[in-house]
Design a protein around this ligand. Structure first.
Ligand code: SAH
Length: 259
């Protein structure tokens, strides 16, 4: 396994955003706040307005943590999806990101982030966190808003590179992207206050529980034995691992090795 910490080179102007509205913007016009969805996104107020509607929906849907809502409001999801899908970036839907993988839907990202934070550390924010399955880097960016340090590992080189490109303009020096098999965790960064997996297997790899700090929490999809998946929370307590099975979810499979 090769692992490397990325550099986060200099600022890339956010005018590198999708250019669907650039003709209008070029005439010095700020595009009007769009009707809900299906409008070109990418610059200025329109993306803020659509994103704040997404956050309102998340709050109505049961996300209560102010920290999580702020994180969801500050990370621009449309920068993490392909230009052709930009209009759907703030709908509550997963979207393809290449190599057969998907960016999770916003409600799932918010839900998992909120679970990871838990009641106890919701105030202060999390310490060090490991994400397994960087994908396009969106969840890693959200985690970067609620945790002091984030390690995110991806087994597909193409997506690891994509996430690096997506995150570079955000200059998040505390978000470290790694290329490798996340089933092994990332021992060098352990112990983790939180581990979040964005891909689901039939069992939780031992390495994840080993690398979890005492008092830490793991949130991951896991096969339910009937062909589906459920969200699983594992708390590491002095009395052992406490497992809580939550709602049904639908994540891409957790695979071993790199490609
Ligand atoms: N959090 C991502 C979701 C990506 S989908 C986002 O915000 O976009 C889940 C990702 O997990 C896929 O990119 C897949 O390649 C990756 N994955 C699956 N098994 C893995 C493993 N063992 N180690 C690291 N990444 C893995």
């Amino acid at each position: 396994m090769t692992q490397r910490r990325p550099g986060f080179p200099s600022w890339i102007a956010s005018s590198a955003s999708p250019s669907a509205v650039s003709a209008k913007a070029g005439q010095g016009q700020v595009p009007r706040a769009p009707a809900p969805m299906h409008v070109p996104l990418g610059v200025g107020m329109d993306s803020i307005a659509v994103r704040s509607r997404m956050v309102q929906r998340l709050a109505r849907g049961g996300v209560t943590s102010e920290k999580v809502l702020q994180a969801m409001s500050s990370v621009e999801r449309h920068h993490f999806v392909d230009t052709a899908l930009v209009n759907q970036a703030y709908e509550d839907t997963s979207l393809p990101i290449g190599l057969g993988q998907t960016i999770s839907k916003p409600s799932v990202v918010a839900r998992m982030t909120e679970l990871l934070l838990g009641a106890e550390c919701a105030q202060g924010g999390l310490g060090r966190v490991l994400e397994v399955g960087t994908g396009c880097g969106y969840q890693a960016a959200v985690l970067g808003r609620v945790a002091r340090e984030v390690y995110s590992i991806e087994r597909l080189r193409g997506l690891h590179e994509k996430a690096r490109n997506n995150l570079r303009p955000l200059r998040l020096a505390h978000v470290h992207l790694l290329f490798g098999d996340g089933m092994l965790g990332y021992a060098q960064g352990a112990p983790y206050a939180g581990i979040l997996a964005a891909a689901g297997g039939e069992s939780i790899p031992d390495a994840w529980c080993e690398q979890l700090a005492m008092g830490g929490r793991l949130v991951a999809p896991m096969g339910n034995g009937a062909g589906g998946q459920s969200l699983l929370v594992i708390d590491k307590t002095p009395y052992g691992l406490k497992r809580t099975v939550l709602e049904a979810v639908n994540f891409v499979p957790l695979k071993s090795g790199i490609a």
